[in-house]
Design a protein around this ligand. Structure first.
Ligand code: FAD
Length: 302
């Protein structure tokens, strides 16, 4: 059996595997797609000490760094079941069952898509999902935020400080964000809020040039010219396969403590699949290190 088995090969998983392997213990990593969300990213400007890099380049460096160590790397494999018996067992979709004394879950998350024409076509060409990452690219421009929940309104407030104008589109008749966020939003001079509207299309040529939406009460269609669209309708953790094996939040995020420990002894978790706030590369890497050190602590005590 492994001492530490990491599930997921994004920034959190790579960091966990390196920290575990550096303890000289038997470490494995299972990754459906090495690099994770980083593979979908073009420019990265907030990975501290690296002024600018690109997703594919950072993903290759992650893999290269992991391979410096004695880590059993199992790529293109998907975990489908976790169960605690004598060891912790992880079953893969190919039928193999891996056994380990500890497991670190780092299966990440994915942004929920709005699913309208133009969204996929203009991804990274005006359509964005992360205001902390891509906000500065739209300095002085007009952007839309789709979604009036907490993340949408936080994004709108954040962006209003950088861009010239923010148009918020909410499907329901009321914003769902906390009232303190709504108060702050409505105090800003450069924000327009449309409620009870359905996004119809993100328009553009080589990049985004506008957004069309329908007033759900009147059926009237409107088009606003702008340069960017931030989709903020939820980040979905890749944790369905865990079922009731351990505690997850209502949103599906794995609940962890300060050491990265989950509710199931010997199982740790890190990165975007957990209930820790702020989903970023640098934060995922930090939490991967925490989880690996937590797992090592657990091993020397059990
Ligand atoms: P992920 O990167 O999601 O990796 C999850 C890993 O788990 C992958 O290897 C995946 O294949 C694997 N996996 C999932 N399910 C299974 C399974 N059942 N079995 C086996 N393996 C599985 N952050 C920044 O800091 N700066 C940026 O500029 C930035 N830009 C971004 C741009 C885009 C378009 C996106 C989508 C995200 C961006 N982020 C950025 C966020 C950042 O990418 C994430 O916070 C970070 O990648 C999370 O790392 P993670 O390891 O927790 O998860």
């Amino acid at each position: 059996p492994f001492d530490v088995l990491v599930i997921g090969g994004g920034p959190a998983g790579a960091s966990s595997a390196i920290y575990a392997a550096r303890k000289g213990i038997r470490t494995g990593i299972v990754a459906e797609r090495f690099g994770g969300q980083v593979m979908d990213t073009v420019g990265i400007e907030n990975f501290i000490s690296v002024k600018y890099t690109e997703g594919a380049k950072l993903a290759a460096s992650l893999e290269e760094h992991v391979k410096e160590y004695n880590v059993d790397v199992m790529k293109l494999q998907r975990a489908k079941r976790l169960e605690k018996k004598d060891f912790i067992e992880v079953e893969l979709e190919n039928g193999a069952v891996l056994k380990s004394k500890t497991v670190i879950l780092s299966t990440g998350a994915r942004w929920r898509n709005v699913g309208v024409p133009g969204e996929a076509e203009f991804k990274n060409k005006g359509v964005a999902y992360c205001p902390h990452c891509d906000g500065p690219l739209f300095a002085g421009k007009h952007v839309a935020v789709i979604g009036g929940g907490n993340s949408g309104i936080e994004a709108a407030i954040d962006l209003a400080g950088i861009v010239s104008h923010v148009t918020v589109l909410e499907f329901m008749p009321e914003l769902k964000a906390d009232s303190v966020l709504q108060d702050r939003l409505y105090s800003l001079p450069n924000v327009t809020v449309h409620k009870n509207v359905q996004t119809k299309e993100i328009t553009g040529t080589d990049k985004v040039n506008g957004i069309s939406f329908i007033d759900r009460a009147t059926g009237e269609e409107a088009h606003v010219e702008l340069q960017g669209v931030f989709v903020q309708i939820g980040l979905v953790p890749n944790t369905d396969w865990l079922g009731d094996a351990l505690e997850r939040t209502r949103m599906g995020e794995i609940v962890i403590d300060r050491h990265g420990a989950t509710s199931l002894p010997g199982v740790f978790a890190a990165g975007d699949c957990t209930n820790s706030p702020y989903k970023q590369i640098i934060i995922s890497m930090g939490s991967g290190a925490t989880a690996a050190l937590g797992a090592f602590d657990y091993l020397i005590r059990n």
